[in-house]
Design a protein around this ligand. Structure first.
Ligand SMILES: Cc1ncc(COP(=O)(O)O)c(C=O)c1O
Length: 421
């Protein structure tokens, strides 16, 4: 237990933190294990949020904790660009092995998802010698100037922060016709010869867990290939087993040129990567990519332990079983509550929408209330979606049936409360 209460910490938080840093809950977590977190007052919470998709293999996984302790005891920093170290090399090798693509790959290690996306764009621009980047409606790629520009949800993330980065163009997302519309786009807006990269999430995360149809990425990647455009897949939220394949794009059997990885890669330590075709990654001149902390040794040791846990503990199998349970649980909620609209997602990346009973339009207000109810009653859960009406679940794959059931029962109570309104 902590030395201060949630309320005391909340007051200090608002006194010292910029109000620009939003916060879903004022419960201050003191410790967490598996799929359960405990706050400073000793209250327990089932975790369906995973710190926004970061805890795929569970909080405080013993092998990760051990790897962190061992590496921290030996050395915490030299800078990968000054004196490199073994955990980074081991991780780079593993990343090349676990990412899709039957070709020689290379890696750059960074700190955050946004930084990985920025670097993927840098590589694509340098390799192609072209400026333009094509992104999609509902996309989320981060909060730095370039990635905020690439992000779609304008109201929550972009108001007042412009002017935005140039040469970023947006297309509709998610049906084969819109993939083919790219050819038209090249005629009417930007010639293909000016496009460095198409950057796309295989399953849109913040945008609302939107899954494109079976042929979508085949079409998109073919258009890229035909036009010499680098096909970049942003797997920061959907990767590391969340969609029950190591990377969600494997559901479409497509090999991206570059993949961005982050979030669950190092189980909470800040680490991200761009992994991709060697000839593209190697096109950049020495010192063109990097940073002081990118590929920190403690974070790399954690990531190596994460990938080993996938191999030794059948994390992908666990993710698939969890996905089935989430899907059938959400479908039951859909049958029982008329305010639950669509159930969607893939693998263990699952969500449902909340709608107004009368006309089935998105109900952002009910979504806010449900999230608040859950947090107050012992379930950490998050919303998403451009219309703010999607409840997403990203529990650790190691969640027990009992914990899952408890989470569902809190959701059910919350929906019952909303249905009475
Ligand atoms: C698909 C995707 N790309 C990029 C990012 C940005 O990652 P970070 O917040 O680590 O910068 C996120 C974060 O939610 C994401 O979901």
């Amino acid at each position: 237990m902590g030395s201060k209460t949630n309320e005391q910490l909340s007051k200090l938080r608002s006194k010292y933190f910029s109000s620009g840093v939003g916060c879903v809950s004022q419960k201050f977590i003191d410790s967490a294990e598996g799929a359960v977190a405990k706050d400073v007052e000793g209250r327990y919470y089932i975790d369906f949020a995973g710190g926004i998709g970061v805890m795929n293999i569970g909080h405080s996984h013993p092998k990760v904790v051990e790897a962190i302790k061992t590496q921290a005891g030996k050395m915490t920093h030299t800078c990968l660009m000054i004196n490199p170290y073994e955990p980074a090399v081991t991780l780079a090798e593993k990343l090349c092995q676990i990412t899709p693509g039957n070709f020689t790959k290379k890696v750059v290690l960074l700190n955050s998802g946004s930084e990985a996306v920025e670097n993927a764009v840098k590589v694509a621009r340098y390799y192609t010698k072209r400026p333009a980047v094509i992104v999609f409606e509902n996309a989320y790629h981060g909060r730095t100037l370039l990635t905020m520009t690439m992000t779609s949800k304008s109201k929550a993330f972009k108001i007042g922060f412009g002017p935005f980065a140039p040469e970023v163009y947006r297309m509709p997302f998610g049906d084969v016709a819109s993939a083919n519309a790219l050819n038209d786009f090249f005629l009417k807006h930007v010639p293909a010869e000016s496009v460095a990269a198409v950057v796309v999430e295989p399953i849109q995360g913040e945008g609302g867990f939107i899954v494109p149809p079976p042929n979508y990425f085949q079409e998109l990647s073919k258009i890229c290939k035909d036009n010499g455009i680098v096909f970049v897949v942003d797997e920061i939220q959907s990767g590391m087993g969340r969609a029950s394949k190591m990377f969600a794009i494997e559901h479409w059997n497509v090999e991206p040129d570059l993949i961005t990885v982050g979030k669950s890669l190092a189980a909470g330590l800040p680490l991200s990567a761009v992994v991709g075709r060697a000839e593209m990654m190697d096109s950049v001149y020495p010192w063109g990519l990097g940073g002081t902390y990118g590929g920190n040794p403690v974070a790399c040791a954690a990531a190596v332990a994460v990938i080993e846990a996938f191999e030794s503990e059948n994390m992908l199998g666990k993710s698939a079983i969890l996905g089935e349970k989430l899907k059938s649980g959400f479908e039951q909620l859909q049958r029982d509550f008329d305010i639950v609209g669509e159930v969607r997602g893939l693998g263990a990346m699952l969500a449902f929408t909340l709608v107004n009973r009368a006309d089935l339009t998105p109900n952002a207000d009910a979504t806010k209330q449900l999230v608040a109810y859950c947090h107050e009653n012992g379930l950490l859960i998050l919303s998403c979606g451009v219309y703010g009406n999607v409840i997403r679940a990203m529990p650790p794959f190691v969640i027990t049936d009992e914990q899952l059931e408890k989470g569902f029962s809190i959701l059910r109570q919350g929906l019952t409360m909303l249905s009475r309104q």
